[in-house]
Design a protein around this ligand. Structure first.
Ligand SMILES: Cc1cc2nc3c(=O)[nH]c(=O)nc-3n(C[C@H](O)[C@H](O)[C@H](O)COP(=O)(O)OP(=O)(O)OC[C@H]3O[C@@H](n4cnc5c(N)ncnc54)[C@H](O)[C@@H]3O)c2cc1C
Length: 394
């Protein structure tokens, strides 16, 4: 059985209370209406979840990735959408924390907490998802400004966010090395928000396409140096992926709970189906996969918090493993409920739809496997170089 370090117990207790008092009563309504839950934004700011990684001296909660994962997992047990609220806010804040200069951090970070600013992260484009280096959005330098021109798609919080971290090419000839990151205020002229995507899951948290036409951005809003954008985006996702893993874990845990309780009650062939070997194998498999995913998610978070080597590998591993577990557990839970699992509007149907999305966003699970393999090769090269041959180990 997984146990949290003592230091995290007060946070765990706090978030469980929030979930009981605030998330549970609203979850179904948000799912059905697909309307952005502004009330939850204010509540989550009060609890410190939407500024969780911002240091205390900059007005934030000053907590770590492990804390973010705890919040994400606990909320996702009841509403994956509301846990996305926390994740996407963090993804929109991390570039500032990673690459912002002192002036940018002092200007923006305290405002996020005080004015309850909503953040968004704009990397994907209609023709460029996994292949980030092929983005086309241009940031052309003029005498006093950068001129943004192009389109971003699937921007979570698009239309409701106050600040957008926008990745654009300052040098179109340098591939990923030509990408730069900007903090863009929604009040700037030239931004047009498309209609809300009608998604299969994560209902209530909008995403949309945003068109940028001759948007003038001040050089003061460039994060880091020109050409740092790809690194900033990857470092951001590296830190936030365990939170997606934790979100997937929350989805899996609650689906498993429904399936187990059902299997204990439902009788066929004169006994509870939980006592039938075929069902027991499924339940055992689900529980084992969940425990493994949990260990991996919190290992990744711990490696990131401690700045240990190989954190990137664990971060990618836990994102793909936990989200694959969530998809499998949600689908198997429906199977265990039989016909009852096929009725629309229940928690399991929602779990299946939400779990699917966790396999896709923040880098698809194919891309995560690619990251893990690349990191492995790097590690082995560091350890053995190219001088050793596999036959020596036979
Ligand atoms: C609900 C939701 C919210 C999102 N929010 C945001 C957001 O806030 N900001 C943002 O910037 N983006 C966001 N995205 C976009 C998301 O990150 C992309 O959808 C994702 O990275 C995949 O890109 P794509 O959709 O263009 O698919 P593609 O990259 O076109 O991939 C299509 C398929 O090909 C596979 N594939 C691609 N390359 C390889 C490869 N080298 N090897 C093997 N298989 C490969 C993929 O795994 C996938 O199965 C969101 C997406 C969703 C669904």
């Amino acid at each position: 059985m997984f146990e949290y370090n003592e230091d995290y117990m007060p946070l765990l207790k706090q978030v469980r209370e929030t979930v009981e008092k605030v998330v549970k009563p609203r979850a179904k309504e948000i799912e059905e209406s697909d309307e952005f839950p502004y009330d939850m934004i204010h509540r989550f700011f009060k609890e410190g979840y939407l500024q969780i990684l911002i240091p205390k001296e900059l007005g934030g909660t000053g907590r770590d990735i492990t804390s973010l994962c705890i919040v994400s997992e606990e909320i996702a047990k009841v509403s994956a959408s509301l846990s996305l609220l926390v994740i996407v806010q963090t993804v929109g804040t991390l570039p500032l924390l990673i690459a912002g200069n002192e002036a940018q951090k002092k200007e923006c970070c305290p405002k996020i907490s005080e004015e309850h600013l909503i953040m968004a992260f704009c990397l994907t484009e209609p023709q460029a998802g996994s292949d980030v280096g092929s983005i086309r959005m241009a940031a052309k330098r003029t005498r006093d400004h950068y001129l943004l021109e192009g389109k971003k798609s699937f921007v979570t919080n698009g239309g409701v966010a106050d600040k957008y971290i926008v990745f654009a090419k300052t040098d179109p000839n340098r591939g990923r090395r030509g990408i730069s990151a900007f903090v863009v205020d929604r009040s700037l002229e030239g931004m047009t928000f498309g209609s809300k995507d009608d998604k299969i899951g994560m209902r209530g948290i909008p995403s949309c396409t945003i068109s940028f036409h001759q948007v003038l951005v001040s050089p003061r809003d460039l994060l880091g140096e020109e050409g740092d954008g790809f690194r900033i985006a990857m470092e951001t996702l590296n830190r936030s992926r365990p939170a997606v893993g934790a979100q997937a874990l929350g989805i899996a845990e609650s689906a498993m709970e429904v399936a187990t309780l059902f299997a204990m009650r439902r009788k066929q062939f004169g006994k509870p189906i939980a006592k039938l070997e075929g069902m027991q194998f499924m339940l055992a498999e689900m529980a084992t996969m969940i425990e493994s995913a949990k260990a991996l998610v919190y290992k990744a978070a711990w490696y990131l918090d401690k700045g240990l080597p190989h954190a990137t590998k664990y971060s990618a591993m836990c994102k793909y493993f936990a989200s694959d577990v969530a998809m499998k557990v949600a689908t198997d839970s429906v199977q265990i409920l039989g016909g009852y699992g096929c009725l629309r509007g229940g928690n399991l149907e929602r779990a299946m739809r939400d779990a699917k999305i966790t396999q896709i966003y923040e880098g698809t699970n194919q891309i995560q496997r690619f990251v893990v393999a690349e990191q492995l090769i790097k590690e082995f090269l560091e350890k053995y170089g190219m001088g050793r041959d596999w036959s020596e180990f036979l």
